[in-house]
Design a protein. Sequence first.
Length: 621
Amino acid sequence: MNYKWQNAMVLLLALALLLTQTAAKFSDKLEEAAQRRSANIHQLDTVILLSYILVLIVIVVTSWFFKHYHSRYLHESALSLIFGLIIGFVISYFKLGLLQSQTYDVTMKNLTIISEPPDYVRLEVKPEGSTSKVSFHYELIEGFYADTKSQNEQKIEQKAAFSPEVFFNLILPPIIFNAGYSLKKRHFFRNIGSILAFVFIGTTVSALATGFLMLILTKTFGMGFSMQELFFFGSLISATDPVTVISIFTELRVEADLFALVFGESALNDAVAIVLSNIIDGSSEFLASSPSVYAIVISTVKQFLYVFICSLLLGCSIGCLNALLTKMTSIHEHPLLECSLFVLLSYVSFLLSEVLGFTGIVSVLFCGITQAHYTMNNLSQESKMTTKQFFHMISFVLESFIFCYIGVSIFVANNQKWNYFFLLFSLISIVAARALFIYPLCSLLNIRRQPPIPPRYQHMLLFAGLRGAMAFALAARNTSSENRQVIYATTAAIVLITVIMNGGLTCTVIDILGIKHGSGLVTERDGVDPSPTGPIPTPSLAPSGGNPFDKSFLPRKWYNFDANFMKPLLTHATPSLEQTLPPFCLPLARVFTSNRQRACFLPHRPESDDNLLVETSPAIV
């Protein structure tokens, strides 16, 4: 008996040793396969990134070529789109981006035997209440997302595309911040009333009108889109892009008021569009339970105002905090640290707003405006130049990348579904909706506005409604259904059409409308400001309310408060708070008065307070 037990024990030990050796060999094989796969993925990802960088270099050189020879029909955005289309076609046609990988079907009943870890796992599931199956791919590194095409197409898209969240969290914030930081405040604030009317009233009317027109057209032709989807599309497509037209306006040096109206509307309506689209996209449960249309409208308006105002205040608060830090510390003695603090706090305004459930785009935009008005006055000369050049450069590169990526996605994106009738209806609807608010709104504004918005400006505002990065990013954020995939593809096509056609014809339209530009425009010099009704001489630092044409109603009311409190509090501007605040506030005023302000203290006050404002306080210029 002992002999038999000994033999059994030996056999068991031998079997355990064999299994251990086999498991070790299999483990080594798995490790080898994983390392090989990781190296292949790293190499291919590097190739894709290198391709994008090389294309951006070609775009920069080509843009210089067309600028040098004064091309009127091709610009940076159009070139980026064209190069992106070429890259997308090459990747799609030649099946670039494929690895020597294996894909396994996951089954619930049968066990699949494999010799090494798979690159992709596909799982077919059947949604509740649906007769069709949905296929999901899972890559060991990349994660889940919907798959409706063949496996090879899926692999191509994984290597040429990336998450839409990258747009919102990494690419868009510097672009939007630069729009606020590089704002030409003089003409912007002069036209602030008209710009805000276009931004809030115009964008809302455009979104609702587009959604309503699309609802009529799709219901007439039986396309099967829900009201929520169409109004979501109307909201995202109402975001116009200032990049193309503004670059052309800058090069041609068009009339300053037209520049301010187009840039102001395009820069700010992105924020309104993203708030509207988020509210509509997240309103499914409320729409189902709401007792009336009136309750829906009231709730939407309240939510919109709450999100927008909170985001605005958060961005302005962080901008003011940065201004106070740079004023009350000696960080200007170290420009590297000063610039780093500036960039990081600006990015915090975006991230904190997103964490709190607000809109980061609104926060970072107004943080840029606030920092340009206050913080930049406290920076050292080196930091002023560095921050200006840094954000201008990074904005140009990222914008070029976005337009290039839009062109690539036309061919390689797996989550696009084309409906050419929907595209045609969309083009008609967005033009009609834009005209529906521009002409009536301009007529209302011209009742009190001086100088009025002339018809040629109104026509140019209609033509300048190009779509760009913001609309594309909003559409790409959710492509879970076929209708959302149609919206995504349509948005990409609208960006392509408007940037190439409208952008290319901008110079021609300017000439046809008779808009002054270049040498035909009176240059603003010595306080002479060109306007549609002729040059009006004004003092370059006029006191508040001194010239009704120099600033609109809101800036005139804000100016004294800004000059007497905000500027002395947040910058080294004089008169300081010790001079402008009442005597009982003197202890607080001393805390927030810098040594530089005390050094600039004037022992003899001028005869009038108005002269004091003109001579010692910076105006909103």
